[in-house]
Design a protein around this ligand. Structure first.
Ligand code: UTP
Length: 292
């Protein structure tokens, strides 16, 4: 089974980032010189995905526009001879085919995935959260496809180890390590209360799921926070088939959270081809100033 589609849910309200996200989707907030969502789409493109299915809501049209042609802007740049910028702008709209599906109410991540069934159909697909960034030499989605899905043909979640005091913020998996960094999952718990699990493997915003996930979602009742949780449906899928967890190589940032967003900005600024060197020097001077 080949994985060719990526579902990217961007219909959440982004309350952690208010008031910035009152009129601007959090996925459009800029990390150095690109909106968060562009990093996500570039990751899936470089992982060999052929189509992106965005799950949107009202107020999110800026995201769709970002990946569309902009006739006026392109004509203007061409007339002014700004060919470098024109190339950059065209590159974004030529990246990949993007279709969107509306989630009429923010009923949870599981629900956001559920509404894509008519567009995705009966094939395995990737789910990538629109505000979850991974900086890696080999794209995280590609690692999951090559190292786990191609081999086992079962659903996979990307995980990272988190400190014990942070576990209550994540979906946590318990399981047996069958290969280095690959686990057969025995249990998944969404935002566990303290003392309910000893595992520190936290699910981040990358999943590869078999089409049976839709059947599981259709049977999933609202869970934590009154939302239809993808974690709950994955737990059903695990029981009925199998589920693997994969400890990816790379650095992950929750760009939907203020601190995570700043960390991502510093990380990508340090790597930036144009300003990376000068920014590094700036940070060195800043730290030296604090230490004096
Ligand atoms: P978050 O947990 O980050 O939720 O969702 P949120 O509502 O966007 O943000 P906060 O917590 O209020 O600040 C994770 C991902 O799932 C999407 C979000 O857009 C985000 O990419 N999502 C969440 C939906 O598409 N629909 C939903 O109903 C919930």
């Amino acid at each position: 089974m080949k994985v060719e589609k990526a579902v990217v849910p961007v219909a959440g309200l982004g309350t952690r980032f208010l008031p910035a996200t009152k009129a601007i989707p959090k996925e459009m907030l800029t990390i150095v010189d690109r909106p968060t969502i562009q990093y996500i789409v570039e990751e899936v493109v470089s992982s060999g995905i052929k189509e992106v299915v965005l799950v949107t809501a009202s107020g999110k049209s800026a995201i769709e526009n970002h990946f569309d042609y902009s006739f006026e802007l392109e004509t203007f740049l061409a007339q002014k001879g700004k060919l470098g910028l024109l190339k950059e702008v065209k590159h974004i709209s030529n990246l990949i085919d993007v279709v969107s599906v509306r989630q009429k109410e923010p009923l949870g991540l599981g629900h956001a995935v559920m509404v894509t069934e008519p567009v995705v159909g009966r094939e395995p697909f990737v789910v990538v959260l629109g505000d979850d960034l991974v900086d890696a030499k080999v794209p995280c989605v590609y690692q999951m496809l090559k190292n786990v899905f191609d081999k086992y043909q079962e659903s996979v979640v990307a995980v990272q180890k988190v400190p014990l005091e942070e576990r209550h913020r994540y979906g946590i998996v318990e399981g047996e390590e069958i290969e280095e960094g690959i686990y057969r999952v025995d249990r998944m718990i969404e935002k566990p209360e303290s003392g309910t699990t000893t595992s520190d493997l936290a699910v981040i915003g990358r999943y590869i799921v078999r089409p049976e996930i839709y059947d599981c979602l259709n049977r999933t009742l609202p869970g934590v926070g009154g939302e239809i949780q993808l974690t709950d449906a994955l737990e059903v899928l695990r029981k009925e088939r199998a589920l693997y967890a994969y400890e990816f190589q790379g650095k992950r940032f929750d760009a939907g959270d203020k601190l995570g967003y700043l960390q991502a900005t510093v990380n990508f600024a340090l790597e930036h081809h144009e300003i990376g060197g000068r920014f590094r020097q700036y940070l060195r001077d800043l730290v030296a100033g604090f230490e004096r």
